[in-house]
Design a protein around this ligand. Structure first.
Ligand code: HEC
Length: 110
């Protein structure tokens, strides 16, 4: 009786392809995640500038000096009404707390 000590080459090839495509799918998932995070943060750029850098004395607060935790705290305070404002109280109601956490992690000072 013939005993196979190792799988035939074509089985190994199929296994390798399946394995590689799993890595590829994983990389794509990560890309999609990063794109989602950036897209969320980009919704703030109209008023606060790219990456929250904005333009000094242009009438909109620059938010890139806030830490992640401080930014999230401000966003939650606007959302609950604890902090007053003109635009931000309405705007923050359109985001879930999880989305604001993501935005703060992208835009918060590193
Ligand atoms: C339509 C313009 C507009 C957009 C879009 C906007 N903001 Fe604002 N933001 C303001 C204004 C105006 C203020 C000042 C407070 C107020 O009047 O609501 C402010 C204040 C803030 C503050 C407080 C800054 C400080 O110094 O305490 C933070 C934090 C902030 N915004 C974050 C964001 C984030 C994050 C987004 C995206 C989800 C965003 N803003 C989108 C206009 C905007």
């Amino acid at each position: 009786m013939k005993i196979f000590c190792r799988p035939p080459a074509h089985i190994l090839a199929v296994f390798t392809i399946v394995l590689l495509s799993c890595f590829d799918a994983c990389a794509q998932t990560q890309d999609a995640q990063v794109l989602y995070q950036r897209a969320l943060a980009a919704t703030c750029a109209n008023c606060h500038g790219t990456d929250g850098k904005g333009i000094e004395n242009a009438g909109m607060p620059l938010i890139n000096q806030l830490t992640e935790n401080n930014m999230l705290a401000q966003l939650l305070a606007f959302k609950t009404g604890e902090r007053a404002g003109t635009i931000m109280p309405q705007l923050t109601k359109g985001y879930t707390d999880e989305q604001m956490q993501v935005i703060a992690s992208v835009l918060g000072k590193k």
